[in-house]
Design a binder for this molecule. Sequence first.
Ligand SMILES: [Fe+2]
Length: 479
Amino acid sequence: MNHTNSYAPFGEDYGPGLMGPFAPIFDESVWEDLEVIGKIPEDINGVYLRNGPNTRFAPKGRYHPFDGDGMLHSAHFENGRVVYRNRWVRTDGWELEDEAGQAVLYGIRETLKGRDDKPLKDTSNTDVIGHGGVALASWYMSGEAYQIDPVTLETLGKAPYAKGLGNGFSAHPKVDEQTEELMYFDYWNEPPYMSYGVVAADGTVLKQVPIDLPGPRLPHDMAITEHYSILHDLPLLHDEEALRHGRHKLEFHPEMPTRLGVIPRYGDSLSIKWFEFTPCFIYHTINAWEEGDEVVMVGCRYMPALDEHGEIDAVRTARDIAQLVMRARLWRWRMNLKTGESHEEPLNEELNVEFPSINARRTGRKTRWAYLVDHHPQILRWTGIRKFDTDTGECVAAFSDGAEDCWYSEPWFAEADAAVNEDDGYVVVFCWNERTEQQQLQVFDARDINSGPVARIIIPRMIPSGFHACWMSSRRLKK
Ligand SMILES: [Fe+2]
């Protein structure tokens, strides 16, 4: 199969977003007995799942990566063996277009929710997380959440509980693996603009409350600690005039602060405490936890573009965010719940790193190690993986098969069966090498990433570049 950079199954009119490593594939496959270079460890047991856009039909109108039909790719590890699978998420939009045999719905560059003449497709293509034994696929624009069998990748249906007060469910909910509770947020363009909820492992909605924001916002992620959730009110807004016409245009407001809202896990809008920080956008948090009276959040701060005077260039910042141009630095935010004081500091000012993962069993508890990708400065491309000490900000390990050649997926930490220390386990990642035209699934020892993969599993065709991934250990898979 030819997947060179000129490969364009729908022609070149849609631009580079549907070409080469971004071009979709059209098979749904199950592959066992794959060629392995090295050895798959026997104490990695569970599923690595990765979501991403995989447009099935030539799009109607202009294309954005958030428009492509969600497709999951998985690597199911069991006792030293692995099975690869890929399957589309059967969203309502996918089913509708399947019946029509062509694209029927539109993407976010053409329209927003509420336009009858150009109905928007909810693609469920952004995030995936394990909850209550199944995988949950979700969309950046706050859409439906679909439950997926994490082993077969069969779509089980919409998660009935996964609906905020705006009737949606944003990508990046968080699961506390100690209680299996899921914390989520929803955002939309009418007051109160955001809601927050808690769902038990069995799908019971434990809490669902409105969060009053000053206006429509575009948050992307959240974080949790053992007792709190952290909601984002960032100075990235819709252009209101464009919004009235159902169009999607971003504005960055450097005169507004970044606000992080700390809400008790089962709290409401009256119990939320807001903390102000320097203006920025935040795509992805790494983790958060409690330290005495403080709530600490570490994440990737999107660094606003600066003009020649060192001032924030609001127009360029908004445009860069919209075009997925990444400029992120490891950052720490501290919020004192007793005094109301806040503090923020860069952890590493050198490296443009994003798409973080941690030992997910410790989500909401103090963690030290994070695994991120080297982000290409111009396009949605990840050229290597790194391990960071988030106490010091030091990059302690890095690996790439060649930054010029490689397209890595979001790596996830997979805890070893008998783990004692936080980083006892592996890092799992897909890597497409455009020079050798070979797709690999790579497994690293998380304690020794510099030495390269302990196993390279050869996948017989390219896995298109995508978005988020997760790790579900075998003990969390529904029996
Ligand atoms: Fe994201």
